[in-house]
Design a protein around this ligand. Sequence first.
Ligand code: HEM
Length: 152
Amino acid sequence: MTEIPITPSGQVNPVTLRVSENGESATGSFYEHIGGRPTFEKLVRAFYDGIRTDPVLLPMYPEQPDLEGAIQRLTGFLEQYWGGPGTYSEQRGHPRLRMRHQPFRVNPDARDRWLLHMRSAVDGLGLSPLDDATLWAYLDRAAHAMVNTFEE
Ligand code: HEM
């Protein structure tokens, strides 16, 4: 059976035209729909402003006084995920996010803190309720999938 692709915003999208084999979608993406690069930069910078205040999460980034590398990686990943440029994978390869998080103690407390800062960053974007729900459903699910220990 042929599955009908559904876009992140829930639209039925039977044909995804791409400008080149793995290029951007020519029919529009959620990435473009919510404002492209500036929106994702704003989201991730606000998120990391929260991380800077967090006594549990901040120590996970000891080598990064300004967090700029981490900001670029998360921004690049999210924009790629939502249909923007594929720069993240060009520079970092396949995301393999669970594997890349193995060095960190991602317990439910860390997850909830991550989500708290992300929630406040998403609030700052002032998206429509549907776009907000689309973005949030993914972030919430991804954060739950990232938990790799239940130790305190
Ligand atoms: C649930 C709690 C989470 C914690 C505590 C956490 C923590 C971290 C830390 C400490 C890093 C290393 C920083 C760096 O050098 O880039 C990192 C990297 C990263 N995280 Fe998370 N993270 C969490 C969830 C997530 C989620 C839900 C996503 C995706 C939606 C995500 C995406 C990324 C990406 C893309 C990187 C960079 C990977 C790379 O290319 O090396 N993280 N995370």
